[in-house]
Design a protein around this ligand. Structure first.
Ligand code: PLP
Length: 426
């Protein structure tokens, strides 16, 4: 059971915001980046203040301690996704992790114009553009699994994936619709066809149990900053036998066993994929975020967020000018309510909400292929996490109603301001 009152005390931003702005913050933008509890910042500070040194590079006490903490962090994060430690590579984030993987797969798979790459229309650009570029370079055919309502169209997926398909990449959950997809179903089929499978867990991780064993994927990636961790750190999971076959795309210190003028011999995974000094504090902070999430319990987080999705979906559905576009079944929703307001652009709504201390996001959410099929002016998104409560939804609804129906209590000047914000969509 989540106690938001207690949890909020761990997130100094809520008090600090109120002290600075005189109003409490309603933070409904965790799908873009979550807030950070002080336990995470303290873990990073501890490294910087008490045992800062480089890792894997020296036998002196500080380096030994830093190396131990960094590798302990890897073990914690690996366990969180049910992976082995050597299957867990720290990356600067989801985008760079996936780009690195795509470059390694390009070499490994040696794609030709006869080969296929299957992704979905529901991808974040990070899991879309690298494949589009790969397809351009290799002339492989990139195909998209379309949507059926808020779900992926699994029947079409079945027809698209064939023995020609070399890569299948899909998200565990949509960062726009909130839908938790039946990724296992697609992975099963892709495996039968011998394709490499990649899962973008960036929206889902920290909200539901992410289990690479039950998913059965070859690769999975995510960012730390959407799961209460710091920015600039993420994870790339790779099944150990396939990781062992990949050639690192980046080379340098830390990744190698030996170097001679003629030849370089790389270390085993994961070290061979982490050339250069890594984000040590970031890894330690990410592990602290995992520990924080585990202390709350992933099941409790899921049901807390589902309650908010259900309450928000229901509340917004009562406003005739609003159309909900996200997954309405909260059991299948990761914690996102997206909507369109009739005659008003998503950016105008988001801007107006921001003025009332409600942080949300409008626009394309880095998922243009999907969002443009819903509304060319983008969609508004409220995303929920551990520090949100029903009163946040009440404030969202109250402000939206004030925007839509400026009432007498606002006074003439305020009413005028609201109206000025709203240039109607043409
Ligand atoms: C589903 C999804 N995938 C990938 C990314 C990219 O993450 P990052 O910007 O941290 O690299 C995001 C970020 O918004 C996302 O929502």
């Amino acid at each position: 059971m989540i106690n938001v009152g207690t949890i909020k005390k761990d997130f100094p931003i809520f008090k600090n915001y109120k002290d600075t702005h005189g109003q409490s913050l309603v933070y409904l933008d965790s799908a873009a980046s979550s807030q950070t509890p002080q336990q995470v910042v303290e873990a990073m500070n501890d490294y910087y203040f008490n045992y800062r040194a480089n890792v894997h590079r020296g036998p002196h006490a500080l380096s030994v301690e830093a190396t131990h903490a960094y590798e302990q962090a890897r073990a914690t994060v690996a366990k969180f996704i049910h992976a082995e430690t050597k299957e867990m590579v720290f990356t600067p984030g989801a985008t760079l992790g996936l780009n690195m993987l795509v470059l390694m797969l390009e070499k490994f798979l040696n794609l030709t114009p006869h080969d296929g790459i299957v992704v979905s229309v529901s991808e974040h650009h990070s899991n879309f553009i690298p494949f589009q570029e790969l397809a351009k370079r290799t002339k492989a055919k990139m195909q998209l699994i379309p949507l059926k309502g808020t779900e992926l169209d699994y029947d079409v997926a079945q027809n698209l994936i064939s023995s020609k398909t070399k890569i299948v990449a899909i998200p565990l959950a949509s960062n726009v619709l909130g839908t938790i997809y039946d990724v296992q179903r697609i992975i099963r089929q892709a495996k039968e066809c011998g394709a490499v499978t990649i899962v973008d867990a960036t929206t889902a991780i920290g909200h539901v149990d992410v289990n690479v064993q039950t998913l059965g994927c070859d690769f999975l990636f995510f960012s730390g900053h959407k799961m209460l961790g710091p920015t600039g750190i993420g994870g790339l999971y790779g099944k150990k036998d396939i990781f062992a076959k990949l050639q690192p795309i980046f080379s340098g210190g830390g990744a190698i066993k030996s170097v001679s003028p003629e030849e370089t011999i790389y270390r085993d995974s994961p070290m061979c994929f982490e050339a250069g000094t890594p984000n040590i504090a970031g890894a330690i902070g990410l592990a602290a975020a995992v520990e924080y999430i585990e202390s709350l319990g992933i099941e409790s987080i899921s049901s807390h967020v589902q309650d908010l999705v259900q309450y928000c979906t229901e509340s917004l559905s009562r406003i005739p000018e609003i159309t909900i576009v996200s997954e309405k079944n909260e059991q299948k929703n990761i914690g996102i309510v997206s909507f369109v307001v009739r005659d008003v652009t998503s950016m105008q709504v988001t801007q107006a909400l921001g003025k009332q201390h409600i942080s949300s996001r409008g626009g394309y959410h880095c998922a243009m292929p999907l969002v443009k099929t819903i509304d060319t002016a983008g969609v508004c998104r409220a995303s929920f996490y551990v520090y949100n409560e029903r009163s946040d939804v009440d404030r969202l609804v109250a402000v939206l109603k004030n925007i839509l129906y400026p009432n007498e209590s606002l006074g003439e000047n305020k009413k005028q301001n609201w109206r000025n914000l709203f240039v109607r969509k043409s």
